[in-house]
Design a protein around this ligand. Sequence first.
Ligand code: EPZ
Length: 434
Amino acid sequence: MSLWLVRGGNVLSGTVTVQGSKNAALPILAATLLVEEPVELTNCPMIRDTENMVKILRSLGCTVKREGDALIVDSRTASDFVLPTALSGELRSSIFLLGSVLSRFQAADAPYPGGCEIGNRPIDLHLLGLKALNAEVEERGGHIRCTGGNLRGAVVDLGYPSVGATENVMLAACRAKGTTTIRNAACEPEIVDLQNFLCACGFRVKGAGTPAIVIDGVKKGHGVSYRVMPDRIVTGTYLLAGAITGGDVTVTGTQPETVDPLLNKLTECGCLVTMRDDSVRVKAPKRVRTVGFTETRPYPGFPTDLQPQLFSLLSVADGTSVVTENVFENRFRHAQELKKMGAINRILDRTAIITGVERLHGASVTAHDLRGGAALVLAGLSAEGETRILYAERIERGYERMDSVIGSLGGSITRKEESIGKEDERRRTGELPV
Ligand code: EPZ
């Protein structure tokens, strides 16, 4: 179990270059199965989730090589359509592979991805979309088996603009016979990046970034070298790390327009925000003021993936804030951990009422999920003393070398490996006070 020791009290300042996007790289890696020629992906983040996706692709028979920040995937040797249970369990977003494996092999078999720390994570919309394309879908013994030698274009109405379901249908439709229209599609920037990758491979996809995406099926695509977009959530996380310490942080190599909802919040709470072509600078006051009411929404609303990190900032803001989490039903687990650090908050169903305090203090806390763990790092950077973050490996799922990035800005994260003793386990489950 990874234990991170975060020392608080330093004001973060300086410039960092942001990593490639986890949530763009994962569906694009799944899409490499659609072309039977080598594909080079540059700016692909080196994080646990992409490493796990690479392992899954290799288990299907692909050859994958990493050269610096590039991954070279050659799916010509792929031959298996059964996704490995253990790896797919660890990486629930491997469900995106259903569409591309089905398209490539006319069959796909995946373990039912269970819920996770932030919610039930149903996949009904994914399966609805694949069935609309004339796939047979059977759920048996905790597995989903899809068969479809004759995928046909269709109109797919998504009851909710699910990111994953939109991506799965896009991938399954690329080589289907005829035209597919996805209505009420997700509009996230990562969907646009997937479309750009698919078009670069010779597939015919348009409309990404709007609720209507149209895919004209073609027989095959071709290899390509493609640069993954920058990670907007990691961009926002490091800007918030600067803000929570009263610092002055610039993130370069990013796409400022993709973090607009956060930048508006940072301006509202008293920060000076400056945008250039590919960089954002946030200069914070010693203590930010509250931003009143925030609610998470599908893009272009405030992103759920930055809600925990904003929650930490509001925990030390001057005033009371209200945050409603509309996307996932269990995404406030960081609230309890922040209380151990002296934060004051109350959770009423999907709404949090946060009363800002002058200063948090260090404590032993648990990273229950990826973004909740990142939120605890931010809180620890602003707290008095040292914060011990247990299960920090969950943060490494989405953040590349966070300790050295924060270190380059003047913060302090020390990484340790600890065997999870009985006592720690009992602390983690709450049996023992931390
Ligand atoms: C993607 O997850 C992201 N993951 C998530 O980021 C992100 O929080 C989420 O989109 C929303 O933006 C990746 O891209 C790998 P959804 P996904 O399908 O596709 C409901 C992170 O921290 N729903 O848009 O799973 C679901 O219950 C991760 O990087 C259905 O009801 O998100 C949820 O309430 C966390 N039926 C809502 O939609 C379905 O079939 C949003 O889910 C699918 C989803």
